[in-house]
Write a protein that binds this ligand. Structure first.
Ligand code: GRF
Length: 210
């Protein structure tokens, strides 16, 4: 059987992309990254792809006349690289119903909070941590979830919490949460590519623990 292909979609620095690259190198994920798709030009994720001989492409929504044209480009790219799975690793755009339905239960996203807190519209990047601090949350964390048609609404695979400590700034909190992200995402991706995740409604079950 051929090695499964993962398309990683990014918009920024790509520390989560790096965590996936490192996990693959260590043999912790039984798959290869077939391409990195960035929603923005010039981001450091593209450099990481280059440094690791991973093909990359920039697909910016604003360059397309319609959502349909954008989707066509995205889906053609995914099929050109034979992508079996998609991982959104700091990807700041929303995938359309069309893309999501073609990759049903095959797309994972990492979000830097305990969903359903501090997620959805406007909650991305440092803003998530600003919101957690402004709310006075005592715990926050990271969530890996399947992507459905909504924003941060798909079935949850893993969550891990960390305390919000006195003196935390959004940046300090972000760093602490990112350490969790870099562990949780490769773990979830490894199970996904090995076909070990079973989605039962909102519930994600790890197959060998059935
Ligand atoms: C991460 O916190 C991720 O959860 C969020 O955006 C950030 C991206 O970081 N969606 P990086 O590009 O992986 O370094």
């Amino acid at each position: 059987m051929r090695l499964k292909n993962i398309a990683v979609m990014v918009s920024g620095g790509g520390t989560n992309l790096q965590a996936l690259i490192d996990a693959i190198k260590k043999g912790e994920i039984n798959a290869k990254i077939c391409c990195v798709i960035s929603s923005k030009a010039g981001v450091y994720s593209l450099e990481r792809a280059r440094n690791n001989d991973i093909p990359s492409i920039v697909i910016e929504k604003k360059e397309f006349l319609s959502e349909q044209d954008y989707d066509t480009k995205l889906l053609n790219t995914l099929s050109e690289f034979n992508a079996d799975f998609i991982v959104l690793a700091g990807f700041l755009s929303i995938l359309s119903k069309k893309v999501v339905s073609q990759y049903k239960n095959k797309i994972l996203n990492i979000h830097p909070s305990l969903i359903p807190s501090f997620c959805g519209k406007g909650h991305y990047g440092i803003k998530v941590h600003e919101a957690a601090l402004a709310y006075g949350a005592k715990v926050t964390g990271a969530t890996v979830h399947f992507v459905d048609e909504g924003m941060d609404t798909g079935p949850i695979v893993f969550q891990e919490a960390t305390e919000v400590l006195p003196g935390d700034t959004p940046e300090i909190l972000q760093q602490r949460v990112m350490k969790i992200e870099h562990r949780l995402l490769p773990k979830a991706v490894s199970l996904l590519v090995d076909d070990m995740l079973y989605v039962d409604g909102r519930n994600v079950v790890i197959k060998n623990s059935l």
